[in-house]
Write a protein that binds this ligand. Structure first.
Ligand SMILES: Nc1ncnc2c1ncn2[C@@H]1O[C@H](COP(=O)(O)OP(=O)(O)OP(=O)(O)O)[C@@H](O)[C@H]1O
Ligand SMILES: Nc1ccn([C@H]2C[C@H](O)[C@@H](COP(=O)(O)O)O2)c(=O)n1
Length: 652
C-alpha cells in the first residue's frame, strides 16, 4: 500500500495496452456478506483486496464467520446459515458504504447488540432512510450522534411479525434498498419492499438481485417500485463464485484510451457484465470514442478523425464511473454537462465540489449546481498548468485526476487513498502510459551543463530547465527580503512562493528582470548554501517537475537524474577538470565585461563543488546510471552531439 504524502505524476504523451482489472468492490462486498449468511462453504475467487473489502472481512471475523485461504488468492467463507454466531460486537467500518449499509440491515434483523461506526466522513453520510425502513420492521436502532447518521447502536428487538410491506426511500443512495433486500431472507417470511420516490443508481440494484440469485434467493419485482422476498427464501452457497473485474475502475483506463491515442483494453469486465458502470463506455462512444467489447473485455480508442465532442449526459445510472467523464471532457471539443449527480454530494466527499475545485486549480473552467457539473474545455491545453491535487480521502478523485497528465504534470496528495478500491492503481497507470521523456544533465559548476543543455533542447525542440536558476532566485529573493541564507524555514517559505516567470529570454522575480543579479558568483554561493537545506529542496521539487511538458525536457543541475527526474530516459554527468572550468568561467566573465581573478574563481568553484557534494540531501555526484561526459578536451558541439547520440533522439 502507498503511504506517501504525495505522488508526482509526469505529463504523458500517450496511453496504450491492456490492464487486468481488480475485482469489483460492489460485487466483492455483496458476495462476502451473502456467503457469510448462506448455508455451506463458498469459495470466492478474484475477490478485490482493498480497504473496503478489508473492513467487511474484519467485521465478518468479529461476527464469528470463519474465512480461510483457499489457494491462489481465493478464500473460503464458512457460512452461518443465517445465524450470526457472535451476538455482541463493536464494528469499525471505515468509509466503506458497501459494508456499512448492508451490515446495518443484516445485523438489525439478527437479534444481537452491535455498535457500528466509521471514519468521521462516514458519520456525515446519511443512513436515515435505511434506519427508518428497518425500524418499520421492528428493529431497535439508535443513531448515537445525529438522527439519520452513523454511528449506530443496534439492540435485540421483537421484530414486527405482521409487517408485510416496508417502505424505503430510493433517492439518496441505492445501498439502502440493497441492504434491506439482502437482509430480508433473515426474517423467514414474505416481505415486499416499496420504493418511495425515484430510485437512483438502478444498475446497482441489478447487481444486488443478480448476486442474491447466485445464492439461491430470487426476488420478485414489479418494475423499480416493488421487490418481494418470499417466505422460505434462504441463502445457499453456490460452491465457487468468481468476482468480476470492477467496472468503475475500468472507467479510468477506458477514458485514457479515448483521449490518449489508445487503444487501451481492460480485462475482467465486458459485454456480459452485471455491473451497470460498463454503460460508461456508451457515454464515451457518444463523445466519439471508438469502443469495442467482448464478453470479458472492453477497449477504447479516440475517434478516427477529429477529437472527442462534449455531450450532455444523465449520470443517474452510472454515478461512480461518471466522475471520469470530467477529465475526459477537458480533452473534448465543446462543453460537457453531467446531470443527475446529486448523490455525488453524499459520497466519500462532496464530489461535485471536489472535482470542480481541483480542476480549477489546474486552470480548468467548471460550473456546478446542486446536481450538475459542466466542464468547459480550454481553447488550448497549454492553458492548463501543474498543481497539487487534494484527494479528500476519496479514491476516485485521485484516479480521475491521473488522466489530466495528458495536459500537465501534477501532484496527487495522499495517493494511498486509491487503496479503497484499487491499491496498485498508479502502477497499472504507469504501465499503460508513456511519460514525457527527460534528458537529465548534472555536473559541477562551469562544466558547461547549461550551454549543452540549452543547445540539446533547441536541437530537439524540447523544453529546457535550468534548475540552478531556481536556487539562485531563492537566494536572491531571500537576500532582498533580508532573510539569512541558513534560516531553513524562512528560505523554504520564500522558495515555495517565488513569484518567478520567464518571458522574452529574461527571468522575472515579480516585475523585475533579475538575470544579471542572479548570475553573480555571490548568488552562486547563495544558491549552493540554500540548496543544502532539505526544506528548500522539497519546496522547489514540484516547480522543477512542472517543466516536464510534451514533447520533452532537457534539465540541468546537480540532482536532475538522482532526485527530480529519477526516471529520466537519459542521464549524463557532465564535467571537466577544475582548471578548465575555472578558465571557462573566467572567459565568460571577461566577455560580459566583469573583472575577476582566475585564482579566485578556481577557489570559489572548488569550494562550491565541495559544498554541493558534501550536503546530506541530493549531493552532487555521478549516479550509477548516468553516463560520464568529460568535456575538458571537447568542443561544445562535440558535447552536444554526444548527448544527442546517447539520447537516441535526432535533432528536429
Ligand atoms: N565543451 C566546452 N568547451 C569550451 N567551452 C565550453 C564548453 N562547454 C561550455 N563551455 C563554456 O563554459 C562556460 C560555462 O558554461 P555553462 O555556463 O554552461 O556552465 P554550467 O555548468 O551551466 O555552469 P553553472 O553550473 O555555474 O551554471 C560558458 O561560457 C560556455 O560557453
Ligand atoms: N539542481 C540543482 C541546481 C543547483 N543547485 C545549487 C548548487 C549550485 O552550486 C547552485 C547554482 O547552480 P548553477 O546555477 O551554478 O547551476 O545552486 C542545486 O543544489 N541543485
Amino acid at each position: 500500500m502507498n503511504h506517501l504524502p504525495f505522488l508526482d505524476l509526469p505529463a504523458i504523451l500517450s496511453a496504450g495496452g491492456t490492464v487486468r482489472l481488480p475485482g469489483s468492490k460492489s460485487l466483492s462486498n455483496r458476495i462476502l456478506l451473502l456467503a457469510a449468511l448462506a448455508e455451506g462453504e463458498t469459495e470466492v475467487r478474484d475477490l478485490l483486496k482493498s480497504d473496503d473489502t478489508d473492513r467487511m472481512l474484519e467485521a465478518l471475523a468479529q461476527l464469528g464467520i470463519r474465512v480461510t485461504p483457499a489457494g491462489e488468492g481465493a478464500i473460503t467463507v464458512h457460512g452461518c446459515g443465517g445465524k450470526i454466531p457472535v451476538k455482541e460486537a463493536q464494528l469499525f467500518l471505515g468509509n466503506a458504504g458497501t459494508a456499512f449499509r448492508p451490515l446495518t440491515a443484516a445485523l438489525a434483523l439478527a437479534g444481537g447488540a452491535y455498535h457500528l461506526s466509521g471514519v468521521p466522513r462516514m458519520h456525515e453520510r446519511p443512513i436515515g432512510d435505511l434506519v427508518d425502513a428497518l425500524r418499520h420492521l421492528g428493529a431497535d436502532i439508535e443513531c448515537l450522534a445525529n438522527e439519520g447518521y452513523p454511528p449506530l447502536q443496534i439492540r435485540p428487538a421483537a421484530l414486527n411479525a405482521t409487517a408485510a410491506t416496508v417502505p424505503v426511500k430510493g433517492n439518496v443512495s441505492s445501498q439502502f434498498l440493497t441492504g434491506l433486500l439482502m437482509a430480508l431472507p433473515l426474517l423467514y417470511r414474505t416481505v415486499t419492499v416499496e420504493v418511495v420516490g425515484e430510485l437512483i443508481s438502478k444498475p446497482y440494484i441489478e447487481i444486488t438481485l443478480a448476486t442474491m440469485g447466485r445464492f439461491g434467493v430470487d426476488v420478485a419485482r414489479e418494475g423499480w417500485q416493488k421487490f418481494t422476498v418470499q417466505a422460505g427464501s434462504r441463502y445457499k452457497s453456490p460452491g465457487v463464485i468468481y468476482v468480476e473485474g470492477d467496472a468503475s475502475s475500468a472507467s479510468y483506463f477506458l477514458g485514457l484510451g479515448a483521449i490518449a491515442g489508445g487503444p487501451v483494453r481492460v480485462e475482467g469486465v465486458g459485454a456480459d457484465s452485471v455491473q451497470g458502470d460498463i454503460r460508461f463506455a456508451d457515454a464515451l462512444a457518444a463523445m466519439g470514442a471508438r469502443i469495442t467489447m467482448g464478453p470479458n473485455w472492453i477497449e477504447a480508442a479516440p475517434p478516427l478523425n477529429g477529437s472527442l465532442k462534449g455531450i450532455e449526459q444523465d449520470c443517474l445510472a452510472i454515478p461512480d464511473a461518471a466522475m471520469t467523464l470530467v477529465p475526459v471532457a477537458v480533452f473534448a471539443k465543446g462543453l460537457t454537462k453531467l446531470t443527475g449527480i446529486a448523490s455525488w454530494r453524499v459520497k466519500e466527499t462532496d464530489r461535485i465540489d471536489a472535482m470542480a475545485n481541483e480542476l480549477r486549480k489546474l486552470g480548468g473552467t467548471v460550473e456546478t449546481t446542486a446536481d450538475t457539473l459542466t466542464v468547459y474545455p480550454p481553447a488550448n491545453l497549454d492553458e492548463l498548468h501543474c498543481a497539487e491535487i487534494e484527494t479528500y480521502d476519496d479514491h476516485r478523485i485521485a484516479m480521475c485526476f491521473s488522466l489530466m497528465t495528458l495536459a500537465t504534470p501534477l501532484r496527487i496528495l495522499d495517493p494511498g487513498c486509491t487503496a479503497k478500491t484499487f491499491p496498485n492503481y498508479f502502477d497499472r497507470f504507469a504501465e499503460v502510459t508513456t511519460a514525457v521523456p527527460v534528458i537529465a544533465i548534472d555536473g559541477p559548476s562551469a562544466s558547461g551543463k547549461g550551454t549543452v543543455t540549452q543547445r540539446v533542447a533547441e536541437a530537439l525542440g524540447w523544453h529546457y530547465l535550468d534548475s540552478g536558476a531556481l536556487y539562485r532566485l531563492t537566494a536572491l529573493a531571500a537576500r532582498k527580503a533580508g532573510v539569512d541564507w541558513n534560516n531553513e524555514a524562512a528560505v523554504a517559505h520564500i522558495a515555495a512562493h517565488l513569484p518567478v516567470h520567464f518571458a522574452g529570454g529574461l527571468t522575472f522575480l515579480g516585475d523585475e528582470a533579475v538575470d544579471d543579479q542572479m548570475r553573480t558568483e555571490e548568488m552562486g554561493i547563495g544558491a549552493s548554501t540554500v540548496g543544502a537545506l532539505p526544506a528548500v529542496r522539497e519546496a522547489l521539487l514540484l516547480r522543477q517537475r512542472a517543466f516536464r511538458q510534451a514533447p520533452g525536457l532537457v534539465a540541468d543541475g546537480r540532482d536532475m537524474g538522482s532526485v527530480v527526474f529519477p526516471d529520466a530516459t537519459t542521464k549524463v554527468f557532465l564535467t571537466a577538470s577544475a582548471a578548465v572550468r575555472a578558465e571557462r568561467r573566467y572567459k565568460q566573465l571577461m566577455e560580459k565585461g566583469f573583472s575577476a581573478k582566475l585564482q579566485n574563481i578556481l577557489q570559489d568553484l572548488e569550494d562550491r563543488d565541495a559544498r554541493d557534494a558534501a550536503r546530506s540531501v541530493a549531493p552532487l555526484r555521478q549516479e550509477a546510471d548516468a553516463k560520464l561526459l568529460e568535456t575538458s578536451h571537447l568542443t561544445i558541439v562535440q558535447a552536444v552531439n554526444q548527448v544527442l547520440d546517447w539520447s537516441g533522439n535526432k535533432a528536429s
